[in-house]
Design a protein around this ligand. Structure first.
Ligand code: GDP
Ligand code: IMO
Ligand code: MG
Length: 427
């Protein structure tokens, strides 16, 4: 039975939370495989709106086990704040599991994120400031702390001391206050008893679930173009948000994956710095931002907005091996006379159909647009593909052709039910 990856195919905030929540009712597990509380997923259930950062979207589906995979970085303070906030709204969080191998965001990796951004000055990345980059850097440098370290005080103390021996020299050189090993250890240990009952081994638990015919949804945070290897480096996050990351970040092998679902908006947005060929800096961008409510869930920053970018979609299709697209926010485009779609780029006077390998070229890419007729009707109540106005159907079919992948679901509003299903993804 299926393992389904749901990931962002643009620059984040495509509506992954909603797409995953929809699958949650069919899923036995929803596994977050990368990132941390840099993510912000909005899920609207009836009249209630939930903003999830660290917890997998499956937390809102009563029959599903939400699982924080080994590829995630966990801020323990945020974890328990989020759990308490959901419990106070009547959401049962007791099924939550956390991989023993997930890394921990500490007070010093959070501080180093801010210091690094300050040091970059005009070249700052515009991170979410949650300590993501320095925590993954420690993981790769093999001086990171993992969930399992909370249960061996002596080893934990030694690891914190080793990490701080280097970092405090750096911090003091910059005139910052050094961190005290005992304080850091005491804070971390204060969470140990609450974390212990949640700890799990993803490799055995998730593969066993698949062996038993259960459905496992692997939920990506961030997105393809923010991926540390395949995104617009260095304007990226520090994890693998792409499909490969779902395997390494959960402990499930690639031969077990049945579907790879890329979530895309019917246009494109981005928060933070970095290249964005179809970005609209004038009134059209403002119109999209207001109509689409394009403000960050995590930082509240206004999102940069632009038209749909087909070379980007084709790139996401290649990198991830997409089997399906979930197209969200089609409703936002109602009222337009005609809708521009970027079909290729012009770089140094030459047309290219592809996202270039060199970032120095990508920064120069100018969009080449084709124009598709728009529609005036409000489509937020449409339940089937046939309910959509003909022009909206044609727009979807056009995007399908230029993106080289079938569009299986279409979002027409933020609500759980506001999704037109053309092809079932599980079940
Ligand atoms: P995520 O990070 O990919 O989960 O996406 P975010 O939650 O950060 O941003 C997506 C926003 O779009 C949220 O406010 C959702 O409630 C909203 N949304 C999702 N799908 C649709 C849709 O089809 N139409 C509209 N109008 N809003 C949607
Ligand atoms: P979801 O899961 C959009 C961006 C930040 C910044 C860059 C690096 O909601 O789609 P980081 O704090 O990760 O080191 O920041 O990545 N970024 C996101 N942009 N959606 C997200 O998550 C993001 N998570 C990080 O704005 O440009
Ligand atoms: Mg988001």
């Amino acid at each position: 039975m299926p393992a389904v990856i749901v990931l962002g195919a643009q620059w984040g905030d495509e509506g992954k939370g909603k797409a995953t929540d929809q699958l949650g009712s069919h899923a036995d597990y929803v596994v977050k495989y990368n990132g941390g509380n840099n993510a912000g997923h909005t899920v609207v259930v009836g009249d209630e709106k939930f903003a999830l950062h660290l917890l997998p979207s499956g937390i809102l589906s009563p029959n599903c086990v939400p699982f924080i995979g080994n590829g995630v970085v966990v801020d323990l303070e945020v974890l328990f704040q989020e759990i308490e906030a959901l419990e106070s709204r009547g959401v049962d969080t007791s099924r939550l599991r956390i991989s023993a191998s997930a890394h921990i965001i500490t007070s010093y990796t959070r501080a180093l994120d801010a210091i690094s951004e300050k040091g970059l000055g005009d070249h700052k990345l515009g991170t979410t400031g949650r300590g993501i980059g320095p925590t993954y850097a420690d993981k790769m440098s093999r001086v990171g702390l993992r969930i399992q370290d909370l249960f061996d005080e002596e080893a934990l103390r030694q690891k914190v001391a080793s990490a701080l021996a280097q970092k405090n020299v750096f911090l003091q050189a910059l005139g910052e206050k050094p961190f005290v090993v005992d304080d850091v250890v005491a804070t971390l240990l204060s969470y140990a008893d609450r974390v212990r009952p949640l700890v799990a081994d993803g490799v055995y638990e998730l593969n066993k679930a698949l062996d038993e015919g259960k459905t496992v949804v692997l939920e990506g945070g961030q997105a393809t173009m923010l991926d540390i290897d395949h995104g617009t480096y260095p304007y990226v996050t520090s994890s693998n948000a792409t499909a490969g990351g779902a395997c390494t970040g959960s402990g499930i092998g690639p031969t077990r994956i049945d579907r790879v679902v890329g979530v895309m908006k019917a246009y494109v947005t981005r928060v933070g710095e970095g290249p964005f060929p179809t970005e609209l800096l004038g009134a059209d961008g403002e119109w999209l931002r207001e109509k689409g409510g394009e403000y960050g869930v995590t930082t509240g920053r206004p999102r940069r907005c632009g038209w749909y970018d087909a070379p980007l979609a084709r790139y996401a299709h290649s990198v991830n091996g997409l089997t399906d697209i979930v197209l969200t926010k089609l409703d936002v485009l109602s009222e337009l006379e005609k809708i521009p779609v970027c079909v290729a780029y012009e770089i140094d006077g030459k047309r290219t159909e592809e996202v270039p390998a060199f970032q120095s070229d990508f920064r120069k890419a100018k969009p080449i647009y084709e124009y598709v007729p728009g529609w005036k009707e409000d489509i937020s109540g449409c339940e089937t593909f046939e309910d959509l106005p003909e022009a909206a159907r044609e727009y979807v079919l056009y995007l399908e052709r230029v993106s080289h992948c079938r569009i299986s679901s279409i979002g027409v509003g933020p609500g759980r039910e506001q999704m037109i299903i053309r092809h079932e993804l599980v079940g």
